[in-house]
Design a protein around this ligand. Structure first.
Ligand SMILES: [Zn+2]
Length: 219
């Protein structure tokens, strides 16, 4: 593996950006390798971006995603052509990416979970993380979720509190990045990444670009 290789990622969540959903999209993002969507976006919007940029898209559902989206573009339960990362670990060109969907349970809508349910999801991922460590020398590079982790970019109100299991995963397995959505910030200047131990925590807000170096086994 070339240790200088990087993966250029466009991250998305929560808010439609008119300029992205337009003919200008290719000029905005001429060199993207991968799209990561962290939920709460219409499927037709994601499909438009996927078609226009023509690179792989990984997604997790947000708590506002419908069971079925009916639009002028057809009927579907998820964005066509994108990979659902909930409860999965994927090696994308040397980047080890793990995903979880949903938010804290606060209503009867889909894709909402209790803290205990998410503990089960995260603990179920541990054997895979250990296997990554054996085969790649590290547990994971990127954690992608809809919800933030508890105390790391979340909010105290009952709809926006983060998951404690994610925080445990971050502190135990030390991904380089946690990319999440769910927390709406209306001024992009207020949407700066934060660092927690060895992890950069990024709220995608509406969109962000990040370039992540691929590490060899012994890095
Ligand atoms: Zn949300």
């Amino acid at each position: 593996m070339d240790n200088n290789q990087t993966v250029r990622i466009l991250t998305l969540s929560d808010q439609i950006v008119d300029r992205i959903y337009s003919k200008y999209i290719r000029n905005m993002f001429p060199n993207i390798d991968l799209i990561i969507s962290c939920g709460d976006l219409p499927y037709y919007y994601l499909e438009y971006i996927l078609d226009m940029l023509n690179v792989p898209m990984l997604f997790v559902h947000g708590n506002h995603d419908p069971e079925v989206e009916i639009s002028a573009h057809g009927t579907r339960k998820h964005p066509w052509g994108a990979v659902n990362m909930h409860g999965k670990s994927l090696n994308h060109k040397g980047l080890l990416i793990v995903g979880f969907e949903g938010s804290i349970r606060y209503s009867h809508h889909r894709h909402q979970y209790s803290q205990n349910q998410v503990w089960v999801q995260v603990i179920s991922m541990v054997p895979r993380l250990l296997w990554n460590r054996v085969t790649h020398g590290r547990y994971l590079d990127v954690l992608m979720t809809h919800s933030p982790a508890f105390g790391l970019g979340d909010r105290p109100d009952r709809a926006h509190v983060g998951f404690k299991a994610y925080r445990w995963l971050i502190e135990t397995f030390k991904p380089r990045y946690h990319i999440h959505g769910h927390i709406h910030i209306y001024d992009r200047n207020d949407c700066q990444p934060l660092k927690h131990e060895e992890t950069i925590v990024m709220n995608t807000c509406d969109y962000k670009q990040v370039e992540i170096a691929v590490r060899g086994k012994n890095d």
